[in-house]
Design a protein around this ligand. Sequence first.
Ligand SMILES: NC(=O)c1ccc[n+]([C@@H]2O[C@H](COP(=O)([O-])OP(=O)(O)OC[C@H]3O[C@@H](n4cnc5c(N)ncnc54)[C@H](OP(=O)(O)O)[C@@H]3O)[C@@H](O)[C@H]2O)c1
Length: 310
Amino acid sequence: MKAVVLSDWGGAENFAIQDIPQPAIKPDEVLVKVKAFGVNPADYKARTGTAPYSQNYSHPIVLGWDMAGEVVEVGRDITDFKLGDAVYGMVNFPNPGNAYAEYVAAPAANLALKPATLSFEEAAAAPLAVLTAWQSLTEHGHLEAGQKVLVQAASGGVGHLGVQLAKALGAYVIGTASGKNEAFVRSLGADEFVDYTQNSVEELVSDIDLVFDTAGIDTIFSSAKVLKPNGRLISIAYGAMDKVLAVRPDIHAERILVHTSGDDLRTINKFIDEGKLKITVSEVLPADQIADAHLKLESRRTTGKIVLTF
Ligand SMILES: NC(=O)c1ccc[n+]([C@@H]2O[C@H](COP(=O)([O-])OP(=O)(O)OC[C@H]3O[C@@H](n4cnc5c(N)ncnc54)[C@H](OP(=O)(O)O)[C@@H]3O)[C@@H](O)[C@H]2O)c1
């Protein structure tokens, strides 16, 4: 099969398409013929070796966690998937997922059936980002209907799903991005929009119950300032919470790491089926343009998600 192989830590020029053996599956895995695979900032952090979880990886390596495709073989312990099922999921995160390939061996526990309303490209775009948004808002953010939520970087891969899920859970949602993304963020259901290039967020926003900060160092301190006493700050891109708590000791501040979960995807599927959650794919690229996809992501200016296909 064809796969995108990374020969060493470093730049995206270290990727090459190669023929490698199709993976063998374990009893609790299925073999998926990949129709599309997604990319995330975590992928370029794994490529450069700057992510803590990637430091034990050994090269050559096939990166990639997000994928959607068709089940073509099932392990002997599998009861919940059958040949021909259309599935999607985040495979083996934070260990190497090997999803930049024509076939991937995926633990069944990482997968869910693909909602019929999603294309394979949309489904491949979703898992890591949507699981992050869901777990941040619910498991860690304890979001309740009627609360006021700020989503920092509301136009990004994670943020655009966070806005929609927070709305679906009954929140009043304020999203931040630069002005070119205002129409997009409002189209996701945001009640208010703040252009961070024109305004200081803390001058316009206050009394927030929950901040979902997907931007990081550039936003984390404004995120802390706009919270109510006892408000919750859930960050996915900044980890020095001792510095944040030194400024706002009266809030709960936490950096989380997404975990893989087929069960969470099945819960999220209900929002997709009800039309409350749409996955925005800004670009579908051929697999041999993986370097371009990484460079675009590294610019931190992409809207929604990028996916690739063989
Ligand atoms: N801990 C975890 O489990 C976890 C999980 C997923 C992602 N992450 C991390 O979370 C971060 C976001 O991931 P992602 O996939 O959503 O990234 P992304 O899609 O690359 O985010 C790009 C978006 O961020 C917006 N943005 C950039 N700087 C901003 C700022 N200062 N204020 C407001 N918006 C800003 C950009 O909008 P403009 O172009 O309009 O500026 C752009 O639309 C990454 O660092 C990623 O590694 C962590």
